[in-house]
Design a protein. Structure first.
Length: 429
């Protein structure tokens, strides 16, 4: 066994946490327990009224995905934490768009490979140098260019002269075949994105806007000076803070690191070794999360399947005793909970799920399940709030796996008592 593959013994834990402690710490770290990070302005600020940009800094990464049901996942993530923030306000808070003809705005984020394709705080640019170096060392992604040097030079010249530009403006993304049949230009610009010569600091109508990194990334951040160990140490520490308490596998999964990479830096992250009752593996906690017991109001909301609270399915099952899978790519006859089932978070627990859709001004619950009668009122509250957010004025239940709970939910949805629309605030548990 080589030194690289040897596992160091886990350090002695400094304390033992109950499973409920760990669950509350995870919720608070993710901005779903305590005074919500609401703000009329989404443009910044710190503390409790941190807005979308503060939420992004707290989470460290917000996953992007092409699926759009009520909204795209990167819009659903702030909605779950901040309430009914306008979708246009969410987009403007993430990106750095500026009116045509004016100098580029200061970027607040960039898009890169983290847990998946994610929106990341611009301050984290230097810490992904290790991944840019790894991509560069590999020499290509799954597409291989016919003439790499020439194609990349052509893209860089165009961006230098005319950028920022979309793929279409650069000459088109496909050769005319299937979606994966990329053009040489598309392969080149994505390769340059992988290696850090090009950056995406804005999406417009779901299209990436590419620019030269040297022009878009603030000069103090535009460097690859940090070695791999320092980059990974920062990302492990950030993942620990974003999760509150986590196992080695949890820490690795957050930014898609290897377990061995976590092992190599864990001692320098500041994370504290702990034991969690019911967890089979050692864990590490954010010292700030340990310093004060998590208290406050719980958010009652629907969660995107790509939300960082639940994107790691083994962790979700361990913390919430809730098994969830995305069935968008499962053949329709084999789906159990629906195309884009969104778990219901209420009272700090996952107590149901719904596969939503919109038909005109109606939010349709195509498939719905609840974990008992106590979940009826929170589901009605969450559906009503979600409907309002997406400009629907009616909620219709199509299918529910329990006829009695479905009837109770329909009754609850007809209520007009203002106490039932308390802006998504639950109670402490």
């Amino acid at each position: 066994m080589t030194a690289a593959t040897q596992r160091q013994p886990a350090p002695r834990p400094v304390t033992t946490l109950s499973a409920d402690d760990a669950r509350r710490m995870a919720l608070r770290a993710q901005g779903l327990l305590g005074a919500p990070a609401r703000s009329a302005s989404t443009q910044g600020g710190g503390g409790r009224r941190e807005g979308v940009r503060g939420m992004l800094r707290r989470l460290g990464a917000v996953q992007l995905d092409t699926i759009s049901v009520l909204a795209r996942s990167h819009e659903l993530v702030p909605y779950a934490r901040l309430g009914a923030v306008g979708r246009s306000a969410v987009e403007s808070a993430y990106w750095s768009s500026s009116p045509e003809g004016e100098p580029p705005a200061r970027p607040h984020s960039f898009e890169y490979w983290s847990h998946a394709a994610c929106i990341l705080p611009i301050e984290e640019w230097p810490h992904f140098a290790f991944r840019r170096r790894a991509r560069r060392a590999k020499g290509h992604r799954w597409h291989v260019m016919k003439d790499s040097a020439r194609s990349c030079a052509a893209v860089l010249d165009r961006l230098k002269a005319d950028g920022p530009l979309t793929t279409s403006q650069l000459g088109g993304g496909r050769n005319g075949g299937e979606w994966w049949d990329w053009s040489e230009t598309k392969i080149a610009v994505e390769w340059l994105l992988d290696t850090g010569d090009v950056v995406c600091t804005e999406r417009r109508g779901w299209k990436r806007i590419y620019d030269l990194a040297e022009r878009a990334v603030p000069e103090p951040l535009l460097h690859d000076d940090l070695d791999d160990a320092e980059c990974i140490r920062r990302l492990v520490a950030q993942a620990g803070a974003a999760m509150g308490v986590a196992t080695r596998a949890d820490l690795a999964d957050y930014h898609r690191l290897k377990g061995e990479q976590v092992d190599s830096v864990i001692e320098g992250t500041g994370l504290v070794p702990v034991t969690v009752e019911g967890w089979a593996k050692p864990a590490w906690a954010d010292p700030e999360a340990l310093a004060a017991p998590p208290r406050g109001r719980h958010r009652t909301t629907l969660l995107s399947p790509f939300d960082s609270l639940i994107w790691d399915r083994p962790r979700t099952e361990r913390i919430f005793d809730f098994t969830h899978r995305l069935e968008a790519y499962v053949p329709r006859p084999k789906r159990i909970h629906g195309y884009f089932a969104m778990p219901l978070l209420a009272g700090g627990k996952l107590v149901g799920r719904v596969d939503p859709a919109r038909e005109g001004r109606t939010l349709v619950a195509r498939q719905l399940s609840l974990q008992g009668p106590k979940a009826v009122r929170p589901m009605a509250q969450a559906l009503r709030e979600a409907a309002t957010w997406v400009d629907c004025d009616t909620v219709r239940i199509e299918r529910c796996d329990d006829a009695q709970l479905a009837a109770a939910l329909r009754t609850e949805l007809t209520r007009t008592d203002e106490d039932d629309t308390r802006a998504g605030e639950g109670t402490t548990d």
